[in-house]
Design a protein around this ligand. Structure first.
Ligand code: DQA
Length: 147
């Protein structure tokens, strides 16, 4: 199984950015945990971070050929990017949305995810554990979608 992990704007700054919300674990540390978990589960994982909406749209479109499932933390784009949403709708790969922080416990504008209606599920507020749980989930979702 091949899983694409997409990390949106400003996630490269995790560890130093707003530690009360996102913790002190760095982006590299989180990505290392994701890779270790992927190895344990026997899945191929590719992690891509971009601060640019179009890069994420391109990556989602390319995933049609190169991935079996997507895990996405779209950062602030979560709350307003219809382009990311439409790309996910177009590729129709099993997708899990992750947020490090509990978006529902924060500002009003973070309560709404415009991608939530087109993904299979959301994991929010559990820090980096969310990505690891999402990896476990996506494996099962991919297997079910192939049945
Ligand atoms: C985030 C939550 C978003 O509201 C925010 O813009 C981020 C990170 C999270 O992982 O908690 O950049 O997606």
């Amino acid at each position: 199984l091949r899983v694409l992990v997409l990390q949106g704007p400003n996630l490269n700054l995790i560890g130093s950015r707003e530690p009360d919300f996102y913790g002190r674990e760095t982006f590299d540390e989180i990505n290392r945990k994701i890779k270790a978990k992927a190895q344990e589960l026997g899945v191929e994982v590719k992690i891509l971070q971009s601060n640019h909406e179009g890069d994420l749209v391109d990556a989602i479109q390319e995933a049609r050929e190169t991935a079996d499932g997507i895990i996405i933390n779209a950062g602030a784009l979560t709350h307003y990017s219809y382009a990311v949403r439409d790309a996910l709708t177009a590729v129709r790969l099993p997708t899990v949305e992750v947020h490090l922080s509990n978006i529902h416990a924060r500002e009003e504008f973070r309560h709404r995810s415009v991608i939530a209606p087109v993904v299979m599920g959301q994991i929010v507020g559990l820090g980096s554990l969310g990505y690891l749980l999402a990896l476990e989930a996506i494996c099962q979702l991919i297997e079910q979608s192939h049945r």
